[in-house]
Design a protein around this ligand. Structure first.
Ligand code: AMP
Ligand code: MG
Length: 490
């Protein structure tokens, strides 16, 4: 039997959903990394994936027998501006694999050559963004944040030209589906209601099968998606993650984090923080992420109006009613996440101000987001005030002065101190993929040294557990190491 027992449900949809084509060959592919745990979860035999035969597949040089390769069509709002045709310009879906729980997962090559959707692009990726995506997507998963994942990285033996020349790479992305808000928008803009209906049915069948029994599956789908996104974005906020390009084509309807372009985790907390070199107006700043998600979801809701089988006015009212629930849903999730980060079992709306007050202090103190929360989770209360916040805050006194009010709030909690510390450690990571470390892993990787890349991936498998000997990955960057800008660069 072929190593990859692909199914091809998406390519059974009508031809206008995608373009059929094979990846473009590369000259000298070499395996950089295989994710054996993920392979096993997908029912693949990890020992067969480091073979010549499998590497040829990950490089796009061989299309497996059961694969029906396609590039998906989609559209999207990029930075608020409408683009009627985007699509997989440098990615090809090989097929789907059923994991151990019976759920289909897409296997997609990213950087596998031009497609009819490439516009002026070369369809390729260089090794840098590929290493970044592997590290960050897997870290997200291990931080308990829904995310697309990475099965493999190969180098192509070819050069890719951006501002200069870099070694090429291909990443194998795994997703619960690649249906985006922009996929619905693609057909909505073409007034192709038949396709919209087929796409909605496909999405429900694939990612939300329990909704088939509901009275109005389409409206239930919208509810599920806003719930999933509220949960997802609140989780991003709780680890200081900034996506960087929250265009509607990068908003997944299976509610996973997708597209790791100029993304970054904040070191020092700043609500208006932006890393992306192309986000000139801060549209996708940290604190804007929930509002942008709400806007993106409204675009999704709009595409459902023509297929709801109601009078237009009624349909608009129905979806508006659901979309309006998003802010509260998001706040509920946010409160629960940040409450837990501060040791509160059941935070109430009264705690909202307390938590935002603390975040304001972090911002004023220019404190490292991750290290501050981790310190509060590991240092016993009686020794907290003599703790060395100066190691990671510019004005540590602001945090020290806040501690008595926090301890006062904690005195209303039922859990003992040791229980509280344990629960806080489960939600406040010691390790996040720090930008300066990712940059180093990329620089070294481009030189053919993947040691730091491999080590980071290993350490980030258990982000909530302190690991001896890996303090380097826990620390905030030194002043000269701070990364202030990230680039799409793909
Ligand atoms: P992204 O910034 O990853 O969301 O990509 C936006 C759009 O640009 C998508 O349609 C991509 O397929 C396309 N794209 C990005 N980079 C390339 C490339 N190197 N070659 C072809 N298309 C690309
Ligand atoms: Mg994208």
């Amino acid at each position: 039997m072929d190593i990859f027992p692909f199914e091809n449900s998406y390519s059974s949809l009508p031809e206008r959903f995608y373009a059929r084509l094979s990846p473009t060959r590369v000259s000298r592919p070499e395996l950089v990394k295989i994710n054996s745990e993920l392979a096993a979860e997908l029912g693949l035999d990890p020992s067969k994936l480091a073979t010549e035969q499998a590497i040829e597949v990950f490089a796009g040089n061989r299309v497996p027998e059961k694969s029906k390769p396609i590039a998906l069509a989609y559209a999207g709002h990029q930075f608020g501006g409408w683009v009627p045709s985007l699509g997989d310009g440098r990615a090809i879906l090989l097929g789907e694999l059923r994991n151990q729980s019976g759920h289909l997962h897409d296997l997609q090559l990213k950087g596998s050559g031009p497609t009819p959707f490439s516009r002026n692009g070369d369809g390729r990726a260089w090794l840098g963004p590929v290493i970044r995506e592997y590290i960050v997507s897997e870290a997200m998963h291990n931080l308990d944040i829904p995310s697309t994942r990475t099965l493999s990285v190969v180098s192509t033996g070819e050069r890719v030209f951006r501002e200069r020349s870099y070694p090429g790479g291909i990443l194998t992305r795994v997703a619960r589906s690649h249906i985006r808000v922009g996929t619905f928008q693609y057909f909505y803009a073409r007034e192709d209601h038949e396709a919209l209906k087929l796409l909605a049915d496909y999405l429900i069948d694939r990612n939300y099968p329990e909704l088939k029994k509901s009275e109005n599956p389409l409206l239930s789908l919208l509810v599920q998606v806003i719930e999933g996104q509220a949960k997802l974005i609140s989780k991003w906020m709780a680890v200081g993650f900034i996506h960087g390009v929250m265009n509607t084509d990068n908003t997944s309807l299976s509610c996973e984090t997708i597209d790791f372009g100029p993304c970054a985790f904040m070191d020092r907390f700043k609500a208006a923080k932006v890393f992306s070199s192309i986000d000139h107006n801060g549209r996708y700043a940290y604190a804007n992420q929930p509002m942008i998600t709400h806007w993106n979801l409204a675009q999704f809701a709009t595409t459902l109006i023509p297929i709801l089988e109601d009078e237009k006015e009624t349909a608009i009212n129905k979806v508006t009613d659901i979309i309006n629930r998003f802010p509260q849903l998001y706040l509920d999730n946010w409160l629960s996440n940040f409450g837990k980060k501060l040791g509160m079992e059941n935070p109430t709306s009264e705690d909202f101000e307390f938590i935002t007050g603390f975040l304001n202090i972090l911002e004023k103190a220019e404190a490292d987001f991750t290290l501050t929360f981790r310190t509060l989770s590991t240092v016993p209360a009686r020794t907290l005030q003599s703790c060395h916040f100066e190691n990671f805050a510019i004005s540590p006194n602001l945090i020290v002065e806040w501690i008595p009010t926090w301890l006062e709030r904690l005195s209303r909690e039922k859990a003992s101190e040791s229980e509280r510390l344990l629960s806080m450690q489960k939600v406040n990571p010691a390790y996040i993929p720090r930008n300066h470390q990712i940059e180093k892993a990329i620089v070294e990787g481009v030189d053919g040294n993947f040691e730091r890349f491999n080590t980071m991936v290993e350490v980030l498998k258990s982000p909530f557990t302190q690991q001896e000997g890996y303090e380097e990955f826990e620390k905030a960057p030194e002043t000269n190491e701070i990364v202030t800008k990230t680039f799409c660069g793909t």
